[in-house]
Design a protein around this ligand. Structure first.
Ligand SMILES: N[C@@H](CCC(=O)N[C@@H](CS)C(=O)NCC(=O)O)C(=O)O
Length: 148
């Protein structure tokens, strides 16, 4: 075998990054490019609409998870909720045309910009680490929220 080929690592750490070319190419819309290269500032109407939409989702679902499809913390959250048998409304912001605006709206509502951004019974739980820390309380929280 060619010596330079033999030196190639067997597991390429950079391929494990959530920002792989494969992900970008498979993205169902252009949000990645829009967000990467910058987007026009949203109009006050757009901001208001996103805030109303985010609040409606929070108010009308026992469990709401604002997620991104490539995010490992979101994956952990979705797995835990699924393990608990919880019915959850999950939104993949990176696959939505108004995902960036919803993320801005969530920041205004919760002071949290990161995903996952989790709500149970309209109450802000926080991110994945906050949800995992509440693991022992979750069965009751989910039952009280009528999510199980
Ligand atoms: N401590 C947070 C970490 C969450 C986090 O770092 N999420 C990343 C995605 S994996 C994020 O929101 N990045 C900013 C963005 O996507 O806009 C948690 O447990 O939820």
């Amino acid at each position: 075998m060619n010596a330079s080929l033999r030196r190639l690592p067997t597991t390429a750490a950079h391929l494990k990054s959530p920002f792989t070319a494969r992900h970008i190419i498979q993205s169902p819309n252009t949000n990645f490019f829009r967000n990467f290269f910058g987007r026009r500032p949203a109009s006050p109407n757009t901001i208001m609409a996103a805030k109303t939409k985010a609040q409606d989702i929070i108010d009308n679902n026992s469990v709401a998870v604002f997620s991104k499809s490539w995010c490992p913390y979101c994956k952990a959250t979705k797995s835990l909720l699924s393990e608990m048998g919880a019915k959850a409304h999950i939104l993949e912001l990176d696959q939505m045309d108004d995902g960036a605006e919803l993320q801005d709206a969530l920041y205004e509502i919760t002071n949290q910009r990161s995903v996952p951004n989790i709500f149970i019974d309209k109450k802000h739980i926080g991110g994945n680490s906050d949800l995992q820390a509440k693991k022992s309380e979750l069965p009751k929280l989910l039952k009280d929220a009528h999510a199980v």
